[in-house]
Design a protein around this ligand. Structure first.
Ligand code: SF4
Length: 485
């Protein structure tokens, strides 16, 4: 074997979950003796972690693969690997056929087989057949930071008609609470002060090992008597047709709770007990699983003053067609409870405009819901049908592109006005900022409301610390101010 360490380059597209998966792959490769490189020409292995949420994301992946295949013509030893959501949902090999030959092409969960595959392709670099059993057990390799993302589950059981995730990542699978807590404690011991728990529907988390929750955890039902009361009050088995009806009342706030209480709220409580941690954040919850316990957990001391709760549409008819398992009224009921429990909380959401069949009236219901909730920010998208989803099979994509763009602009303008007005509430107030970086003598980081804040700063020792900043100027997307000495 060559004495020089082999090099890898990972190119990641998409969400935080993908970034976290890339950190697991980096950890696997590092265990094999690989070192990271930024240069594709220097790499022995280039791995693309793909995203399939929109066609534009897929097109970027095709472009990258094309570039690296050209590189391989000059360097035939180069291993090109593609994983992530495109490979995960490509059951018929249609994407693969469009990419042309790549050396490795596998769903995320198969990353455990990478050591064996690499040693088959390049025995001069790696000689191992070691396999890990579960990719979620691989501890991610992260760059040193005061912030970290921790996946607590993967996959999704909801099958929203526009979404590829259940096809790409499979059914929901939850990590043991003990594994999650060990990882968070280890991160906290190494300087992480802000943790973000990640899951496709993070608040539906069910611990496979609830016995590992603390006996004094208020969200866990610990006595046999209490368990049996809770068991008897659980919904009984229903007729399958009722079960798949998205708006069936028992589908609302049913999950996450079982005979040991509410596991997601319990996990939040456990994480809050870690003294070195200062901030706890989580994304993305699903509305119908915002149980009273999870809403109550918004008041835990380290919880950021922020909730991102995707709504997607304000029209019950569109929600039904999207197979979202709540109504406009139920969503608003949750928001009202959240506001009552934690007044002043910043609210964010995701909205899709121009979903199949969305009338102008239905779009206006989304606009009115936006106004009623008074979101701080919304991530607005124009509907883009994805192959393989139920949406493309059931409904025609009948809203013209120009009309989708118009609706998107209407919402975008509303959001910009609202964001500025809401940010003005912070003028002359002092906010807590976790300093992420200092560039050109300006520090930047997020407040407790997850709003970007910038202030003049020359002191690099503040990176990774939470500092008070008095806000002097506000814009739509940022607050600016001065550190309070
Ligand atoms: S809840 Fe819906 S949108 Fe979210 S990951 Fe699951 S299927 Fe996709």
């Amino acid at each position: 074997m060559d004495n020089k360490a082999p090099k890898y380059l990972i190119v990641t597209y998409g969400c935080q979950m993908n970034k976290n998966d890339s950190e697991r792959i980096a950890s696997l490769l590092s265990d094999l003796g690989f070192e990271p490189t930024e240069s594709d020409k220097e790499a022995d292995l280039i791995l693309i972690n793909s995203c399939s949420v929109r066609k534009s994301a897929e097109d970027r992946v095709f472009g990258r693969v094309h570039d690296y295949r050209k590189l391989k013509e000059k360097n035939p030893n180069l291993i090109i690997a593609v994983t992530g959501c495109m490979a995960g949902r490509d059951k018929k090999g249609e994407f693969k056929a469009k990419m042309g030959p790549v050396d490795l092409y596998f769903p995320t969960s198969d990353m455990v087989k990478l050591p064996r595959w690499i040693s088959e392709l390049r025995p001069d670099l790696v000689n191992t057949t070691d396999l890990k059993s579960d990719y979620l057990k691989i501890r991610p390799l992260r760059a040193p930071s005061s912030q970290a993302y921790v996946s607590i589950q993967t996959g999704c059981n909801n099958f929203c008609t526009y979404c590829v995730v259940p096809y790409a990542r499979g059914f929901e699978s939850n990590r043991p609470a003990k594994d999650i807590m060990d990882e968070v404690k280890d991160l906290a011991a190494h300087g992480v002060i802000e943790i973000t728990l990640l899951g496709q529907t993070v608040n539906s988390y069910k611990a496979p090992d609830p016995e590992n929750f603390s006996s004094n955890n208020p969200y866990v039902i610990s006595t046999a008597a209490e368990r049996s009361i809770n068991m008897s009050s659980r919904p009984q088995r229903r007729d399958l047709s009722e079960k798949i009806s998205p708006l069936h009342p028992e589908n609302f706030r049913g999950s996450g709770r079982n005979d040991r209480g509410n596991h997601f709220a319990a996990l939040l409580w456990e994480v809050n007990q870690i003294s070195e941690l200062k901030r706890v954040h989580w994304t993305a919850p699903y509305p119908s699983q915002m149980s009273d316990e999870v809403i109550d957990a918004l008041t835990l001391p380290k919880q950021v003053n922020f909730l991102h709760l995707p709504v997607q549409s304000g029209s019950n008819e569109v929600l039904r067609r999207m197979n979202r398992k709540y109504t406009r009224e139920q969503y608003l009921e949750i928001i009202n409870k959240v506001k009552a429990k934690r007044p002043g909380i910043a609210l964010a959401t995701d909205i899709i405009v121009g979903f199949s069949g969305e009338t102008e009236e239905q779009f206006q219901e989304t606009v009115s819901l936006f106004k009623e909730v008074d979101f701080d920010i919304s991530y607005n998208a124009q509907y883009s049908p994805r192959s393989g989803t139920l949406g493309i099979k059931l409904y025609e994509d009948d809203i013209p592109a120009a009309e989708k763009r118009r609706r998107w602009r209407v919402l975008q303008e509303l959001m910009e006005e609202t964001a500025l007005r809401k940010n003005q509430e912070f003028k002359d107030k002092t906010v807590n900022v976790l300093v992420e970086k200092i560039q050109d003598k300006w520090a930047s980081g997020n407040t407790d409301e997850m709003k970007l804040c910038r202030f003049p700063c020359h002191d690099p020792s503040l990176i990774g610390k939470i500092v008070p900043v008095k806000v002097t100027l506000v814009q739509e997307w940022q607050l600016m101010g001065n550190i309070v000495e």
